[in-house]
Design a protein around this ligand. Structure first.
Ligand code: 0YR
Ligand code: MG
Length: 369
């Protein structure tokens, strides 16, 4: 099945409630620079990455796909996904200009589109192609009710509503200038949801080590399930020291751009819940490697969903290390078969492919140049 054409796109899709914030990011529109890969067999593959919706950065990713990676794909056999990943990685020259960020995100989008083609050609959903079983169940936890710019009352109301909807886990953003305020908000939500619902907190890499040591130690009072990205995303020894000092488990990985970075954190004892993101690490190909690595060390993997619930759901169904998955429903209405949660668990997708096929109207409605 030969690749005939590679067409990049950019979507900007409004987020819940007009504007959300975590400790480092403000978002009004989620950016999804991506690609449609066409083949002579009539199958089209869809892949994309995720951004904060800045047009200038999204164009860098689009152009990397369209001008650098795309021409190397035309004429190749779309089914040879791993070989194509190696070719793009080593002969495009992108590794010289960036091993993280734009180039890896462009590579991610392309790799995901190729896996989409491979699963469609096999006439099965990706989870089945990856060896998964229909009976696997993936639990959802909800992040879309805990934003940092929302008031304490909004957090409490949202947490109650999510639990009433069947979610058994909710995540709160933390990282207020005064960390006492974070504790106050965590306490309010814990009281609202009761002792049996999992409560995660996510600092989005804003704390320094002294703050993390001091306030991280208080999280056990509220039975916090994990503290996510407490420190800078590349700080291996800092996270290792924190892991030795507090009892709340550490989650991270959404900003790591290679399986080797995961090896570094895991072997240093600096992470407990491992969170690779296929839209950043370079696609499903290296993301699967990170999942296998974590699982070899006996660590649970909770893929960073953001809006790649689509492929992350497929991978989670297929791998026994992935029982839990983040839910942020900003893009779901853009897909032919959106990820759906019922009574706290994701429904198993049935359409052939990676789940990334966009509805025809999504590009008309949200496409930007
Ligand atoms: C907004 N999930 C995250 C959102 C999310 C971010 O920046 O995308 O909070 O990626 O940290 O765990
Ligand atoms: Mg996070």
């Amino acid at each position: 099945m030969k690749i005939t054409r590679v067409e990049p796109f950019i979507l900007h899709v409004p987020v819940t409630g007009a504007r959300i914030a975590d400790s480092t990011n403000q978002v009004t529109h989620w950016g999804a620079p991506g690609v449609i890969v066409y083949t002579d067999g009539g199958i089209e593959g869809f892949g994309y990455t995720g951004t904060l919706g800045h047009l200038t950065t999204d164009r860098l990713i689009r152009d990397c796909i369209g001008e650098t990676l795309g021409p190397l794909l035309v004429g190749e056999d779309a089914i040879s996904v791993r070989a194509l990943w190696q070719k793009l990685h080593s002969t495009s020259g992108v590794h010289w200009v960036g091993r993280a960020g734009v180039t890896q995100m462009a590579l991610s989008a392309v790799d995901i589109a190729l896996w989409d083609i491979k699963a469609k050609a096999a006439d099965m959903p990706l989870w089945k192609l990856l060896g998964g079983s229909e009976s696997a169940r993936v639990e959802a936890y909800n992040t879309d009710g805990g934003w940092l710019n929302w008031s304490k009352q909004e957090l409490v109301d949202c947490a109650r509503a999510m639990v009433a909807d069947g979610f058994r886990g909710v995540k709160l953003k933390i990282g207020k200038p005064d960390s006492h305020e974070d504790l106050d908000r965590i306490e309010a939500v814990r009281n609202a949801i009761g002792p049996r619902v999992n409560l995660m907190v996510d600092a989005n890499a804003i704390w320094d080590l002294p703050t993390a040591l001091r306030f991280g130690a208080r999280l056990k009072d509220f039975d916090v399930y994990w503290i996510e990205e407490p420190l800078g995303p590349d700080d291996v020894p800092g996270h290792a020291q924190l892991a030795r000092s507090i009892t709340t488990p550490i989650a991270l990985g959404e900003q790591l751009y290679s399986p080797i970075r995961f090896r570094d954190f895991i072997t240093a004892g600096a992470v407990h819940f491992v969170q690779p993101d296929a839209t950043r690490i370079g696609g499903i190909t290296p993301c699967w490697q990170a999942v296998e690595l974590a699982s070899t060390f006996g660590l649970p993997v909770v893929l960073h969903a953001a809006d790649m619930v689509q492929v992350h759901l497929q991978m989670s169904i297929a791998h026994s290390a992935c029982d839990l998955l983040e839910y942020i429903p900003w893009l779901r209405h853009c897909f032919e078969e959106p990820a759906t949660v019922e009574d706290g668990f994701f429904k198993t997708p049935q359409m052939p492919g990676a789940g990334t096929t966009l509805r025809a109207d999504a590009i008309d409605k949200y496409g930007v140049q």
